[in-house]
Design a protein around this ligand. Structure first.
Ligand code: GZL
Length: 353
């Protein structure tokens, strides 16, 4: 029985595809002559022609490295600075082509963007996962497509850590510890604390809380009396702080905010309530964005723990190393400092974000 085989080739857009189509035509000729070649072999040849299926992260034909980046959104000044670092660094490097997508803080948009990058056959995928879980399936697809994945800023919680090549970003647990240690060093060990948590389920929110609680558990007088997520945004910080003040008012001695944007929103709520931020309520925050330095210069914020968003250079160094076939460390930790109110006026003009 004659076997009918329909071969639809992708295109002849470059040498790679033309070459592949020629191979198939020769094969089909042989098949006609011999009539014995197993269809399976032909199928295998066709599968081999699917672009990116066996890509081992080779550079694109024109020698450029195509990096697909899925960004969380623009929820905070930190995120805006992180995006600026990545886009400006890519623009500086003539060997990098950046495909950038903004997920508007929705996990489904990040998953969609990663699937698009896979279909486009990019050389490297990088992203900052909005939450820790729910990325396993799409990371498996990237691995099957032979595309390496770099985690920037935030980590994912997956059973198989071969699904990502490296995680570069801050140690959020240590940032939480630093915030708590500062309070203890200042003798603020008999205080009622309210906590503005970051995005529920995100690595920074989970880890900063862990680090903060790990340190204060040695101080029975330090109590977290209210804790709720403000989703890392100024508006979220203001709304939740208003609720805290309504419920606890003058009973609040300290605010621990997982990021500066929520702290700045909370400062507004504290002033509207009639208390003095930075004095009636001591405020400890994380990120060290410019707005935090401005608040410290104004005496409204007491300390910010640095969490650098300037990951662009490290990201593209890692992508280039991968394309050279070099091994890169599984974990690249960003170096960071603590900035109390007293130094704010001196350093604010030297800050890069
Ligand atoms: C931390 C980063 C957090 C910042 C927030 O690395 O993921 O997300 O602390 C940002 O300001 O929204």
């Amino acid at each position: 029985m004659a076997k009918t085989l329909i071969w639809s080739y992708i295109d002849a857009s470059n040498d790679w595809h033309t070459n592949c189509n020629v191979k198939i035509i020769i094969l089909l000729k042989e098949l006609e002559l011999k009539r014995s070649l197993k269809v399976l072999t032909v199928m295998l040849m066709m599968i081999m022609c699917i672009p990116g299926l066996f890509a081992n992260g080779q550079k694109e034909d024109d020698g450029k490295i195509v990096v697909g980046f899925s960004q969380i959104g623009a929820e905070s000044a930190w995120r805006v600075a992180n995006t600026e670092s990545i886009q400006s660094e890519a623009a500086k490097r003539s060997n990098i082509v950046l495909k950038f997508s903004d997920a508007q803080q929705k996990q489904e948009n990040q998953i969609k963007a990663i699937r698009t990058f896979i279909a486009q056959g990019v050389d490297v995928i990088a992203f900052s996962p909005v939450v820790e879980t729910g990325f396993e399936a799409v990371l498996k697809e990237a691995k099957e497509a032979g595309i390496p994945v770099i985690l920037t800023d935030r980590a994912v919680d997956v059973a198989d850590d071969s699904l990502w090549v490296t995680f570069m970003g801050s140690d959020f647990v240590e940032e939480g510890r630093k915030a708590a240690r500062w309070l203890i060093e200042k003798g603020l060990t008999d205080v009622n604390i309210v906590e503005l948590q970051g995005t529920v389920g995100s690595a920074p929110a989970i880890d900063r809380k862990t680090g903060f609680e790990e340190v204060i558990k040695s101080q029975p007088g330090m109590k977290i009396i209210k804790t709720q997520s403000g989703d890392f945004t100024r508006s979220g910080g203001k709304e939740v702080m208003e609720a805290f003040l309504k419920a606890e008012g003058d009973n609040i001695n300290v605010l621990f905010a997982h990021n500066d944007d929520m702290a700045i929103g909370a400062i507004q709520a504290i002033e509207e309530y009639g208390l003095i931020p930075g004095k009636d309520i001591i405020i400890v925050s994380i990120d060290a964005v410019r707005g935090a330095f401005e608040a410290m210069v104004a005496g409204k914020l007491n300390v910010t723990v640095e969490c650098s968003p300037l990951l662009g250079p490290q990201l593209f160094d890692a992508a280039e190393a991968l394309m050279r076939g070099e091994k890169i460390p599984k974990r690249i930790v960003t170096k960071e400092d603590v900035f109390p109110m007293e130094v704010a006026a001196k350093v604010i003009d030297s800050r890069a974000y």
